[in-house]
Ligand binder design. Structure first.
Ligand SMILES: Cc1cc2nc3c(=O)[nH]c(=O)nc-3n(C[C@H](O)[C@H](O)[C@H](O)COP(=O)(O)OP(=O)(O)OC[C@H]3O[C@@H](n4cnc5c(N)ncnc54)[C@H](O)[C@@H]3O)c2cc1C
Length: 291
């Protein structure tokens, strides 16, 4: 199996990957394994599991990653954040990933739990760039980072591009974007990064939109701006669940097609631990996954 970075550089063969969140109990884990199995025939290049900073949340991430590693043969990436943790705790998390055989890490800062301004732990790391450096120094990890087509809420377009370059210089080898709804936002991010000399591949993060409540929730959580014509089409279908789902899948398939046509090296689907909408989008893409 070629390494993830080599796969990302194979032109004309975009990668497809699926992000999950860690379930809170054993039943949830078995359900997650069912989802991974259901998506298995699509042969994802990897799956990834998100990470929360509290002790309980960390445990859930490692349980989910352990179950996927133990019960499936798909390549697994572990997310890792620095928020609310000492550097030693982050080192231990890296060691846990290594013990589970996870060699691909998505290095993130994390957000303040209470929604206030981010303050680093007094004995912790200050940002994702420092985590990239620590991960690279701690073992044989291939490290990816986050990127923001609609600009990070605490940043600016220029600062985001500079920080992305700093992460690459610290050893990051790929980036995955926050969800977005406009192909232009993705293209502009890539252009800003390339203009500074950035070379790492930037995977497009795609969120299947299937229920009306997601319109407000996504905008609030991620700062992703929904173009007026996208929002208008979704709102026009909001009273009919079936119709809304159909429109959401059609729009997100269009976005995924456009972003691949614009040169994205891969798509990472934020699955919300469900398989159907993601599978439908993948099956409708103009550029079918070559497997
Ligand atoms: C694909 C993806 C997956 C994610 N998975 C998770 C997850 O599993 N768990 C989770 O908790 N969160 C996750 N997040 C959310 C992420 O933690 C937040 O978006 C967070 O606010 C920013 O993380 P970052 O890694 O970009 O941080 P950083 O790169 O550290 O940047 C965040 C902000 O900090 C400031 N900053 C950073 N470095 C510097 C510097 N050197 N000088 C000045 N200012 C600086 C800037 O204002 C910047 O906008 C994910 C995000 C994405 C896109």
């Amino acid at each position: 199996m070629p390494g993830l970075v080599e796969r990302l550089r194979e032109h004309g063969r975009p990668t497809f990957s699926f992000e999950f969140f860690p379930p809170s109990d054993e039943a949830g884990i078995q359900q997650l394994i069912g989802t991974v199995d259901a998506l298995g025939p699509l042969r994802p290049d990897w799956v990834s599991v998100t990470y929360g900073a509290t002790g309980a949340a960390r445990y859930k991430t490692f349980s989910a990653v352990g179950a996927i590693r133990g019960q499936t043969d798909v390549r697994t990436m572990g997310h890792l954040t620095v928020a609310g943790q000492t550097t030693d705790e982050v080192r231990r998390a890296l060691a846990s990933y290594a013990r589970l055989g996870v060699t691909h890490i998505l290095a993130l800062r994390g957000d303040p739990v209470d929604g206030e301004r981010f303050v680093p732990h007094p004995d912790g790391l200050a940002n994702a760039t420092e985590l990239v450096r620590l991960a690279k120094a701690s073992g044989d990890f291939t490290v990816g980072v986050a990127a923001f087509p609609d600009v990070h809420p605490e940043g600016s377009a220029e600062q985001d591009a500079r920080l992305l370059l700093a992460k690459q210089e610290a050893g990051a080898e790929f980036a995955i974007t926050q969800l977005f709804f406009s192909v232009d936002a993705y293209v502009r991010l890539v252009e800003r990064f390339r203009a500074l000399g950035g070379t790492m591949p930037i995977i497009a993060g795609i969120m299947p939109v299937t229920v009306p409540s997601q319109i407000e929730r996504f905008a609030h959580l991620s700062g992703a701006r929904m173009p007026a014509h996208v929002e208008a089409r979704l709102r026009a279908a909001a009273d009919d669940r079936e119709r809304f789902r159909e429109v959401g899948i059609e729009l997100m398939t269009g976005l995924a097609d456009d972003v691949l046509a614009a040169g994205a090296p891969g798509l990472q689907f934020f699955t919300l631990n469900r398989s159907k909408a993601t599978a439908e989008i993948l099956q409708r893409l103009r550029v079918l996954p070559v497997r």
